[in-house]
Design a protein around this ligand. Structure first.
Ligand code: HEC
Ligand code: HEC
Length: 262
């Protein structure tokens, strides 16, 4: 941890100084848009590219099995979601979105849990549980290759603004905002990583550091912890809002779940 701190402060001495003087101008969003995949070492990219070697497929397979299994009090997901009725291919590319019934912003995890409670008469899965990760990864994988496009109008507008605000606000002991790393310093090295543009396109993703698949919110918690800020809870409104902001910011990039990351 000590070495990490030293590196982070060294990074800030060289990189964060210029940003301080320049707080009023809107952040220059990264161009051209590039997935986090582009910033990985070739051997990590190779792991993602090979569906047989990519460890994320352990969760996809598990998700597929859960998807087609009836629950104690409800029918299987696959009974309602077929190619002919309520197909899910491409659906994940439009999340987060407003749930018409409740008016709340929901991400894919939230949407799946609504089907658990509304359509299967089951309790919601816990965030970051193996079941929810597996189903989310499977449903996202059905959209692999679909360009992201989300609605930020109407009821979503306030969420988008809140997400953008979170992204641009400095926080933590290091007093750094997301934008300072992912808009202003992408392509630079930090603690053995190359800072990417901060898109969520590979999530849920397998991180070698986690030795597991994890949600986008788990990644966001790590980024908040990295600047010594208090990570927000899984599924919190702050992270849902950031997730919407990130999706809009990544619009046009394709879903690549299951991503593999360092
Ligand atoms: C001190 C710099 C720093 C800050 C501040 C920071 N991050 Fe990160 N972030 C990283 C690094 C390093 C990684 C891992 C390498 C990379 O960028 O993919 C990362 C990864 C990510 C990823 C995953 C990208 C991928 O393809 O796997 C996302 C999404 C992300 N950050 C979003 C955020 C958000 C949102 C915030 C603010 C809450 C934030 N980051 C704050 C440095 C930072
Ligand atoms: C009894 C039928 C039924 C079952 C079982 C069911 N769903 Fe659904 N699902 C629906 C309906 C209907 C919708 C449309 C939204 C609504 O009315 O709630 C939907 C919507 C969705 C969506 C959003 C699709 C979109 O285009 O935005 C996803 C993702 C989803 N379901 C996943 C699942 C998963 C995963 C399971 C199993 C855990 C499941 N569903 C079980 C009926 C069902």
């Amino acid at each position: 941890m000590k070495a990490g701190l030293a590196l982070l402060s060294a990074f800030c001495l060289t990189a964060c100084g210029d940003v301080v003087a320049d707080t009023k101008s809107p952040p220059a969003q990264p161009q051209p848009l590039q997935s986090g995949y582009e910033f990985l070492q070739p051997q990590t990219q190779a792991l993602q590219d090979d569906d047989f070697a990519n460890p994320g497929f352990l969760w996809i397979d598990r998700g597929e099995a859960l998807f087609s299994t009836a629950t104690a009090s409800g029918s299987a997901c696959s009974e309602c979601h077929t190619d002919a009725s309520l197909p899910l291919a491409g659906a994940a590319a439009h999340y987060p979105k407003i749930d018409a019934e409740s008016g709340d912003l929901i991400n894919l995890e939230g949407r799946i849990n609504l089907c658990r409670t509304r359509h299967q008469n089951e309790a919601a899965f816990e965030y970051e549980s193996d079941e929810l990760l597996s189903l989310t990864a499977y449903v996202a994988y059905l959209s692999r290759g679909t360009p992201i496009s989300v609605d930020i109008e109407g009821a979503a507008a306030d969420w988008y603004a809140r997400g953008r605000d979170y992204f641009e606000t400095r926080r933590g002991q290091f007093n750094l905002s997301c934008t300072q790393c992912h808009d202003d310093n992408w392509g630079k090295k930090l603690r053995g990583d190359t800072i990417s543009q901060g898109h969520g396109t590979g999530f849920p993703a397998y991180r070698l550091e986690w030795q597991s698949l994890g949600s986008l919110h788990r990644r966001l918690r790590d980024c908040d912890a990295g600047v010594r800020a208090e990570p927000r809870p899984y599924g919190s409104d702050d992270y849902l809002a950031v997730e919407l902001y990130l999706a809009k910011r990544a619009e046009g990039l394709e879903i690549e779940t299951p991503g593999v990351r360092r």
